[in-house]
Design a protein around this ligand. Structure first.
Ligand code: GNR
Ligand code: NI
Length: 168
């Protein structure tokens, strides 16, 4: 197991589009374990492979209080989403210290493969629906700040670059 390093916005690699996993094999299961360790270490409630510079459609999520309910989504697809939308204050491990409101469908149905390559479907609402959509955005090369105004994006970009400089 290993804690992987997380790409920080603005990094062009966060905008790469992830490719589907062809076979769920031991290498993918190792990636899933390392991503879970990285998510728990951060700590965060979700992580997309894109954030650790692996451009494959793999997501881990654990929204439980007790941090013992790992959910794995390989090649996830949204098969239905509600017309109802909801605003939630989001944050991202790739944009540390920035939280802002994003509006998304309130409920979604997702189809994915589990770590054994078996297909499943899941109805998600609340925080799980928010997190799944946030992670699927990462796989599409989108960071949550791209849902905000251009002005906010440029302020966030400047703040992140400044933080990077002072950290170096
Ligand atoms: O840890 C995380 N918290 C969070 C809070 C509100 C909405 C989305 C998230 S996901 C985030 C971890 C992360 O950056 N995943 O990509
Ligand atoms: Ni994120």
């Amino acid at each position: 197991m290993a804690v992987l390093s997380i790409l920080k916005y603005p990094d062009a690699r966060l905008h790469q589009v992830a490719k589907p996993v062809a076979h769920v094999d031991d290498a993918i299961r190792r990636l899933v374990r390392d991503m879970a360790e990285t998510m728990y270490d951060a700590p965060g409630i979700g992580l997309a492979a894109t954030q650790v510079d692996v451009h494959l459609r793999v997501i881990v999520i654990d929204i439980s209080e007790t941090k013992d309910e790992l959910r794995v989504f390989i090649n996830p697809q949204i098969v239905a989403s509600s017309d109802d939308r909801k605003i939630y204050e989001e944050g991202c491990l790739s944009v540390p210290g920035v939280y802002d409101e994003v509006e998304r469908p309130d409920r979604i149905r997702v189809r994915a493969l589990d770590e054994n390559g078996k297909s499943f479907e899941l109805d998600a609402d609340g925080l799980l629906a928010v997190c799944l959509q946030h992670e699927m955005d990462h796989l599409a090369g989108r960071v949550f700040v791209q849902h905000l105004s251009r002005l906010k994006q440029s302020r966030i970009r400047a703040k992140m670059l400044k933080a990077e400089r002072t950290a170096a």
